[in-house]
Ligand binder design. Sequence first.
Ligand SMILES: Cc1cc2nc3c(=O)[nH]c(=O)nc-3n(C[C@H](O)[C@H](O)[C@H](O)COP(=O)(O)OP(=O)(O)OC[C@H]3O[C@@H](n4cnc5c(N)ncnc54)[C@H](O)[C@@H]3O)c2cc1C
Length: 310
Amino acid sequence: MKLTPRHIDEIRKLLQGRVLTDVPLSRFTSFRIGGPADLVAEPDRVETLAELLRYLHEEKIPRIILGSGTNVLFRDEGVRGVVVRTGSLTGLDVHANGSDDAAVRAAAGQPFPVVISKACKEGWSGLEELWGIPGSFGGAVATNAGAGGISVADRLISLKLLTDRGEELVLGRDDLEYGYRSLRLPADAVVVEGIARLRRGDRDAIESALEAARARRRGRQPSDRPSAGCVFKNPSPENPAGAIIDRLGFKGMTVGGAQVSPLHANFIVNLGNARARDVLELIETVRRTVKEKENIDLELEIRVMGGGRS
Ligand SMILES: Cc1cc2nc3c(=O)[nH]c(=O)nc-3n(C[C@H](O)[C@H](O)[C@H](O)COP(=O)(O)OP(=O)(O)OC[C@H]3O[C@@H](n4cnc5c(N)ncnc54)[C@H](O)[C@@H]3O)c2cc1C
């Protein structure tokens, strides 16, 4: 269903004005790329999000959930329908269960780096390998973000979700199906909160794990140009996508304003005026060549959304 002025009015009332119309999505992504969305909504309470989801479901209006936009490429055509941002759904606390165990509870829009640093500062271990992953807690859960050999799902105790009808659903660890950079959620469900397990850590050990995580990134990832992190999943830990793309000579290759990073071949960076179609053309060129030369099908890690299909 197409978004009409009546829908826009009703959503504006429901969200007490926390909406923007016809706004470029480049504003909301780390890639700084993306055409306009009909409407961007940013609920500040879970109850309002539930009402919004119910309304969009009943009116058959398409919607996309967006955390901090650090893992997405929106097409130049933008999004017909509603982009729901979770950035105002914040909340974070750590509960000790005795002296050795704790649980950190974070809301979907809470910045993930803040979740990690709070746990570490309070002397709780479990998340330090994930230091350096940008984005929201909800986005980290939905993409099962990982680094240093672990992923977010490895630490989860439970998740609170909203279904597409705005109903609450709680999943325990045993209900979760996850793999490398993927977590299977019930269709169209939205993560609103998660609880992760921590254990008492030695402060020096936590600090050296954080330093190791910083060292893994320092000088190895382009931090001076907009990007969306690694473009492709690694075919295997022994054969990372970046090494394959590097040995095929793609570092520095440019299409329009998009470039395969000269520093890390699995990053595509925005030189300033890249369009989504430039990035997609680079992706296709890399994929085709990797298939031809190494017979490997590279799978996307970034999520391409908007335009005709999401
Ligand atoms: C410089 C850089 C370094 C990075 N390093 C890493 C790394 O080391 N490891 C790694 O795994 N990733 C990395 N990333 C990618 C990215 O930061 C992570 O995937 C991050 O967890 C995404 O969070 P986000 O809030 O930005 O999600 P978004 O980009 O906003 O969304 C990503 C996907 O999750 C969905 N989503 C978001 N929030 C919710 C929610 N609440 N409920 C349901 N679905 C939701 C969206 O619909 C979308 O499909 C990096 C990115 C950059 C730019």
